[in-house]
Design a protein around this ligand. Structure first.
Ligand code: SF4
Ligand code: SF4
Length: 132
């Protein structure tokens, strides 16, 4: 199931960074509201910043620091973060397997508490969050 990784709403306020630990290219970002910057670390919680980006204020304002963000220009579709044993709440999907809420939609992750919802909003939102 190769494809860009899309983090959806189940991450909100869970944010345990399990996906960050398995990403080989550090393309999963947190938002620091004090510094108004999106940052990735070499390892989750290490404090060693790998890359930073400027957020777009309107898009980042939707979820703020309550969720993590994949930079889709940097994601290599390696599949590591959306393996079933990584995200404890099933928040991460491969882009082409993102459920759209319809009955014929792709399957939801087993742990996703938002099954039945349209998750496609998060594709554009992932792109909109990064200003550079
Ligand atoms: S593993 Fe899931 S809940 Fe944890 S930070 Fe990543 S997307 Fe959010
Ligand atoms: S698919 Fe791979 S490169 Fe993309 S965010 Fe997930 S772990 Fe990182």
């Amino acid at each position: 199931m190769a494809g860009l990784a899309i983090i959806t709403e189940a991450c909100i306020d869970v944010k345990d960074r399990a996906c960050v630990d398995v990403c080989p290219v550090q393309c999963i970002y947190e938002f620091d509201p004090q510094k108004n910057v999106l940052f990735s670390e070499d390892e989750a919680g290490s404090g060693t910043i790998e890359t930073t980006h400027t957020p777009k204020s309107d898009a980042i304002g939707v979820f703020g620091d309550g969720i993590l963000y994949v930079n889709l220009d940097e994601c290599t579709s390696c599949t590591a973060c959306y393996q079933p044993d990584v995200c404890p709440v099933g928040a991460i999907y491969s882009e082409e397997h993102l459920p759209d809420g319809s009955a014929t939609s792709a399957k939801y992750n087993a742990e996703d508490p938002n099954q039945g919802h349209d998750h496609t909003f998060f594709v554009q939102h992932s792109r909109d969050v990064f200003a550079d």
